[in-house]
Design a protein around this ligand. Structure first.
Ligand code: MN
Length: 159
């Protein structure tokens, strides 16, 4: 992790900059996991403090892009900050828009997709110490695709 995102015991004030950037925060490629397929996603770690045992990140999915389809033991709290899109959480595909809040429980398949005309940006709260995501195997994908709505959601190149 970037030194500037860790400031134990110190107050942080990161001023907002243009285009969903924050002062002193590096904009990183999404690639947290080399095995996972994703498209056109960046991440910024807004803060990470050991005393809170959590991290707040901002992800941005470019038009037509998507986060990786995964599940894991740790959960997510997600607040949409920019744009619109759809998310798969468990066996439900949901249309999401700015300021919507979505939680992803433990061991639940999830993926976020931007609409084709604008970026989808969201804050994601997560445990600082967390397990590695599991990716779907053929059997998992077949099970997900058995639902027509999920099949349509996954159609453009998510796996
Ligand atoms: Mn996840």
């Amino acid at each position: 992790m970037d030194e500037s995102t860790v400031a134990r015991g110190k107050a942080i004030h990161r001023r907002a900059e243009r285009d969903y950037r924050w002062e002193g925060v590096e904009c990183l490629p999404y690639k947290e996991d080399d095995r996972a397929l994703f498209k056109a996603v960046s991440r910024q770690i807004l803060f990470s403090d050991p005393d809170l045992a959590g991290e707040l990140r901002y992800f941005e999915v470019q038009p037509g892009g998507f986060s990786s389809l995964e599940r894991h033991e740790h959960m997510h709290g997600v607040l949409i900050l920019r744009g619109r899109g759809h998310c798969l959480v468990g066996n439900a595909v949901r249309a999401v828009e700015t300021y919507d809040l979505v939680t992803v429980p433990a061991w639940t398949w999830h993926q976020f997709r931007a609409t084709s005309d604008e970026p989808l940006g969201f804050l994601c709260m997560v445990n600082a110490t967390r397990d590695k995501p599991h990716l779907p195997g053929e059997a998992d994908l077949a099970e997900l695709r058995a639902d027509g709505e999920i099949a349509a959601f996954l159609r453009d190149g998510s796996e």
